[in-house]
Design a protein around this ligand. Sequence first.
Ligand SMILES: *Cc1c(COP(=O)(O)O)cnc(C)c1O
Length: 355
Amino acid sequence: MQPDKADRSSLPPSSNELRVDTEALKDNWRMLDRMSGDAGAGAAVKADCYGLGVSICVPTLVEAGCRNFFVANWDEAEELSHYVAPEQIAVLQGPVTPQEADFAKASGILPVINSIHQAKLWTKAGGGTCHLMIDTGINRLGIAPSDISDPAIAALDIDVAMSHLASADEDGPMNARQLALYRECLGSVRHKRESLANSAGIALGMDYAFDLTRPGLALYGGIARPELEGRIKQVAYIKACVLQTRSLKAGDAVGYNGEFVASEPMRVGTISIGYADGFLRARGPGEAFMFEGKRLPLLGKVSMDMVVVDLAHAPEVKEGDWLDVPFDLLNAARQSSVSQYELLTVLGRRLRHWS
Ligand SMILES: *Cc1c(COP(=O)(O)O)cnc(C)c1O
């Protein structure tokens, strides 16, 4: 049997925690909205707001002024519809099956049409306002420029005609190429609004902003391009509890496969966070947790539920104390070679304690 809410409220506080700084999230949205100039910023809230939780992030974004929300699929759209009006939700995958087209029509949630097949499904389901994705070079989702004059597309009632940048985080020729092709395509299809830029695209400047921008990563504290450094604030903060402290002798080995071996006597702490919480094994090497500003290096492999740290710089640490888990996304991505997107979206449900 599932314990009900009343039972859960009698549980002791948990031993690790993700805190979402809602003021920083609001500030990031406002900053990206400002950087979008005359265009308004929307928000990509797919993957449960990149791992930080729809129930806390979406009401916060609404409070900041956000009115356009992008999710990947219909499950996510349904969850989002508890927080915002259906016409504010765009489903990036679009209707792949007749059932999805019928669901969109019945719910009022707007599909992004990605192909002639999807356009026909939508029209058959009754049609009405939708969005259109034009593939200008990412070769993933979206209608090919050569198909844009197809009668099935011409029959659509399109609000936002959008495209998606493949390499906006880089300075290659690709961005300008996609921008030019996007502009060309816009002339061939009836639509109300235009949208091209993700987080990194916003940093490319006003040419890329059009009517509506679609930041995701930067809302949640990711630094998609150097221009965003100093403007975007950290949103996710993680803490974990010291479960046990112990003394090692020279020659004692720590964790699975004994990867760290003490060369002299030392005091260590076992901390309640592991890769099942999204603190990946790749985060181990060279990383350190913090206690009141003191660095506590990780020792050995990250386990599923625990890591071990060196307490040399904080001998006062005792069982039940809390340590800060470093989660500055730019630094964490550099340290681990895992992308900022992945570091966020793998954060475990075990870290969330507000719902
Ligand atoms: C995920 C996504 C975004 C947001 O991208 P970020 O790089 O996270 O800002 C915008 N548009 C589309 C189509 C997406 O799939």
